[in-house]
Design a binder for this molecule. Structure first.
Ligand code: KIV
Ligand code: ZN
Length: 523
């Protein structure tokens, strides 16, 4: 095999975003796409354009703004899907790709589609040909590929490649495969489809993690001839998620002795920053022990390990944490730091902000600078990410006061400002109180009474953003307002009750916001 370049296809904004409660708004998606470009992934799957106006606009905006990676949109083998994807990726010009898919396994053919093999091939070919009218770069995925009869899969691959597909992606849609078997399947396809051998088309893989094997299966596929791997940051995605980008990339790099000669272009130093951004934008917390990006990934607690590390790092550490972007904190800012210093640090962190936004962040920086001694990079990033995830504020928090203790019924008084739809309308100030199981519950009940919403808190996470007793607390909530959809809310502050009320209010505002309503899936 001459070509040993492994293309990293990131589907955080499509398959990752399909994960319940992970939906992002346009600004959040754009910020993730910018960071993926800094990470130097080869392909960004920016969404499924036909599914909602929000998805269409996001793919189109990303295709327009992001330079470097190929931008793709997903489509079923249905004309309206392909046309929407073609239109959405148009601004990317030659870097535009359409990714069409159709299920091929017997179980999907018989029970989901009710179609025979010939009909599946006919539709797949038609889909690829239609996509070709928009772009040269067409990817085809036989959905549930790993459970498709190998000989039929060969037939499908040959036909779609003949129709013009330049990449054929083999999905392990339900995470069924195991590494040896999946590797064999990929080797079989590589040997049986002449265009894969000649390099005219490439094999890609897309593995789900239902048995915890997504990364292992992807690596087995690479050894067997796959030259593109599809993955998501932090491994987010449907059910147990997708192959995790950071694990795949670091396995290829760290075990270069096994994956000899394989190269990928990812800038590993951007990995931790990307992981944190995706976690905040998606509202999905990264588990502490997650490989590469978890808080504990490089924490050595046992004395024997610590001793070994001090003598020679490689005794217990196979990846240099600095290589993936951990450590090396810059000198923290303080309340005496000026706007120029804050602006310089924002640029260093990679945030693209307008002058007005820098002013807003600077005002918030001053507020927390008054409350804590040092403002670390992570604190600043949290302020910016809080700003990015803001939605139009129907309600904003003016004041919260709680009484609680071992002998008291937790009570919260909350004052909110309601901004009218018209800019000229005078804001209304409303105040009410609530009691609850604890001060947070009491504060959220008061918010519910004032906003006349009835949210059910499905998830509540709090973490210290930086170091010290005065660390900024960041609260992330997932709330169901009765329609079954989980909306994310975030809030940060040195007081965790205030941060919790802000996070809940952020979810309320998201629920109220028309952008989010429009972005909700059409079907
Ligand atoms: O898991 C899957 O099969 C997919 C396809 C659309 C590629 O996400
Ligand atoms: Zn998938």
């Amino acid at each position: 095999m001459k070509n040993n370049r492994i293309l990293i296809f990131d589907t955080t904004l499509r398959d990752g975003e399909q994960c319940p409660g992970a939906s992002m708004n346009l600004r959040e998606k754009l910020e993730v796409a910018r960071q993926l470009a800094r990470l130097k992934v080869d392909v960004i799957e920016a969404g499924f354009p036909v599914i909602s106006d929000g998805d269409f606009t996001a793919v189109q905006k990303i295709a327009k703004e992001i330079k470097g990676p190929i931008i793709t949109g997903l489509a079923r083998c249905v004309n309206k899907d392909i046309d929407a994807a073609g239109e959405a990726v148009k601004p990317a010009g030659k870097r535009g790709r359409i990714h069409v898919f159709l299920a091929t396994s017997k179980i999907h053919r018989d029970f989901k589609l009710g179609k025979a093999e010939d009909e599946i091939i006919r539709l797949a070919v038609k889909g690829v040909q239609r996509a070709k009218q928009f772009v040269d770069d067409v990817e085809f995925s036989p959905e549930d590929g790993s459970r498709t009869e190998p000989d039929f899969l060969v037939k499908v691959c040959r036909e779609v490649v003949a129709a013009g597909a330049t990449t054929v992606n083999i999905p392990d849609t339900v995470g069924w495969a195991v590494p040896d078997e999946f590797g064999e399947l990929i080797r079989h396809l590589y040997n049986e489809v002449p265009e894969f051998k000649s390099g005219k088309a490439i094999i890609s893989v897309h593995c789900h993690n239902d048995l915890g094997l997504a990364v292992a299966n992807s690596l087995a596929a690479v050894r067997a001839g796959a030259r593109q791997v599809e993955c998501t940051v932090n491994g987010i995605g449907e059910r147990a998620g997708n192959a995790s980008l950071e694990e795949l990339v670091m396995a290829l790099k760290t075990r270069a002795d096994v994956y000899k000669g394989f190269k990928c272009a990812v800038n590993t130093k951007e990995i931790v920053k990307t992981s944190r951004l995706v976690s905040r934008m998606s509202g999905l917390v990264v588990q502490r022990s997650k490989a590469i990006v978890g808080e504990n990934a490089f924490a050595h607690s046992s004395g024997i390990h610590q001793d070994g590390i001090l003598k020679k790092r490689e005794t217990y550490e196979i990846v240099d944490p600095e290589m993936v972007g951990w450590g090396k904190t810059e000198l923290p800012l303080t309340k005496h730091s000026g706007r120029a210093a804050v602006n310089a640090r924002l640029k260093h962190l990679g945030f693209k902000m307008t002058d007005q936004e820098v002013l807003t962040i600077f005002a918030r920086f001053k507020e927390i600078g008054d409350k804590k001694k040092f403002v670390y990079d992570d604190d600043l990033a949290t302020l910016v990410e809080g700003h990015i995830t803001e939605v139009p504020e129907t309600w904003s928090l003016d004041y919260v006061c709680v009484t609680t203790g071992t002998q008291a019924i937790p009570t919260a008084t909350v004052r909110l400002i309601k901004t009218g739809k018209k800019k000229s309308a005078k804001p209304e100030i409303l105040e009410d109180a609530g009691i609850g199981d604890g001060p947070v519950d009491a504060a959220l009940k008061a918010v519910d009474r004032l906003t006349k919403t009835h949210g059910t808190l499905k998830d509540y996470n709090i973490r210290a953003v930086s170091q010290g007793k005065d660390a900024l607390g960041e609260v992330m909530v997932k709330v169901d307002f009765g329609d079954g959809e989980l909306l994310t809310g975030r809030g940060a502050g040195t007081d965790v009750i205030v941060a919790s009320a802000k996070a809940y209010l952020n979810a309320v505002n998201r629920y109220m916001s028309s952008e989010s309503r429009k972005a909700r899936k059409k079907d």
